[in-house]
Design a protein around this ligand. Sequence first.
Ligand code: LUZ
Ligand code: MOS
Length: 760
Amino acid sequence: MKHDDTLLHVRGAARFVRDILLPQGTLFAVPLPSPIAHGKIGRLEAAAAAAEKGVAAVFTAADIPGQNQIGNIIQDEPLLAAGEVDYAGQPVALIVAESLGAALAARRFIELDIEELPPVFDPREAWARGEIIGVPRTFALGDVDREWPCCPVVVGGRADSGGQEHIYLETQSALAVPRDDGGVKVFSATQSPTLVQRVIARVLGLAMHEVEVDVPRLGGAFGGKEDQATAWAALAALAASRLGRPVKLVLGRQEDVRWTGKRHPYSSDYKIGLGEDGRILAYEVTFYQNAGSAADLSPAILERTLFHTTNSYFVPNVRATAASCRTNLPPYTAFRGFGAPQAMFVMEAAIAHAAGEMGVPAAEIQRRNLLRRGDELPYGMRLEADSPVRCWDELDKRHDFASLRARAASFNRDHALTKKGLAVMPVCFGISFTTTFLNQAAGLVHVYTDGSVGVSTAAVEMGQGVNRKIRRVAARTLGVGLDRVRMESTNTARVANTSPTAASTGADLNGHATRLACLQILERLRQAVAAERNCPAEHIHIEGEKVLQSHESTGLTWEALVAWAYARRIPLSAYAHYATPGIHFDKSKEKGRPFAYHAVGTAVVEATVDGLRGVPRVDAVKIVHDVGRSLDPAVDLGQMEGGVVQGVGWMTSEELVYSPEGKILTDSLATYKVPDIGAAPEVTVAFLEDAPPPFGILGSKTVGEPPFMYGIGAYFAILDALRAFRPDLPPVFHAPLTAEKTFRLLRPRGPEGEGSAPRG
Ligand code: LUZ
Ligand code: MOS
């Protein structure tokens, strides 16, 4: 299972931003975080701290030469708090010193008085007070109000899902180096180099061409560095620019968990109506998104929640409303799935609820309502593939849901203290940024005179293997070996106006751009050879580093060809831009064709609950998924496995707990439980065979985010096992379903019942 950096990683030799060899005179910066969640800044006095030994400067909002503004979609977020603090951990000042130790020591001498204001942490309370970011939005199809009276079965309730900390291995980091022309070069661990460049230019009052952002590689991101790498890079750049010396800013693990945004917690109300035959006739849902104190990416995430309201199902009558609710917590942000998992959890909850009411397995309702080719989604696009049904049926054929169910039932009859459960989880995820203009990328390809190839794109390698995929595209297009091609760092001076590497689009968009650039070079070479050999260019091909004419060897190798072409003054570099064709969305109607295609698959999840200890365990996740013609099966398999485990963690063990004052208590890996290899289920993946039609780069389909959502099945598999203990279990949809919660659900009568064996 190799990707480009595997050997460097296992040897500890890969250089991340924090490992860059420091330029002479580098200073170290630490922020002063707000100690409380909401308040008015009274006094902020930094003179004593600035006079401490080794301190170069202390900066506050007043020291910002440009705008004190880092907001992206909505400009509502200061770089350094000014006048007011809106969450515990918000940067109020920046201490810069000769060493990290000196900066930390001096931080204690900053005098800060804050007059407390009442905080809000609950999204429904924020909603009731009118604390809404942007505007609430509604997606609708058909007419739910007309349909309700025609539904023999109607159930409704509430479904809540918790936030999730990214736990990327590399914490937020930046190194800013001043340039001799007054500009600044910043090494940043970001998914969005251009956003970092734009915000630094805004904060420093510079033009964008005076700011160069370079991204070597990331140690994981998962969305946590799409918007939230910006602040740290801008702080480092502010200090470097003001002091004329390099400045490094790297967060510690605990600081990162305390101060940075996470997946949004959602609270939702649903109502679902079905026919006697299990057909879903109507679905209505309201999503209260806990957005935290500023917009960050919340409005875009809210939009994706609405796009994925009905997951893989066709529902003829839908009304979905969603609002970003402002609270006094760090701004919640992008995380793999980007609002879709939260929507899909509610849809699956509604189906599980209805199945319980009707006394049928949820899978029967799920299968009956799967999207088919041509079905209309609530946002107006029609499904263009039959893969939901194909993946479901292929998975059923391979693993036989009926026999899995019978095995669990027979196990449950034989075991009083341990029960098994299972759930099927289909996923249908739209591929493209829902913000249409972001669906563009560029590639810059240089062929050097020795035949080696260097590629720069907008894509950021964060462990997901995008570099390996793009190398494959370049090698295949030029007809050369993979080892000929090297990926350069992502750099705003080489490839400008980069969209974030996000939305599972990195390989598609940048792969397409790289292919177009390679084709330009290839075309020039073929033309030149054809002219030399007096034949049409269509007869010339390069395969396996050999030049062929009408499929016959010419004796010319790639290396000789390149040297010859250089001597003939043929340009050996090319730049190309790619924009996804055919996509559009009209926000005034909430209709359009926002996605290039849908990523589709189905999983069956098996779980066991130890009733004595309350401990749930996810045993196995079996998947059939459509990746088209995989560009790199090993990379895709790695993404599938990682995604599933991350999704299982969100649903079962990863619980964010805050104090009544809004300070996070689960701020280390001792208290925030990410699944380790022992807790990881066995993941079995089959790629759907010969799935037409091919959409992505070279007939492949993307794999990044979609498998995360298979993890949602873990919640419902555990719930299924709990029902085997307690058939009277009321519908509870409150993720994560932790061991603690499982334990309590098995002992419904309170403390006097605890400790006794569960019924069953
Ligand atoms: N980022 C973004 C995303 O800016 N727009 C999106 O639609 C998106 N989708 C998934 C993940 N990140
Ligand atoms: Mo993302 S959630 O940065 O694709």
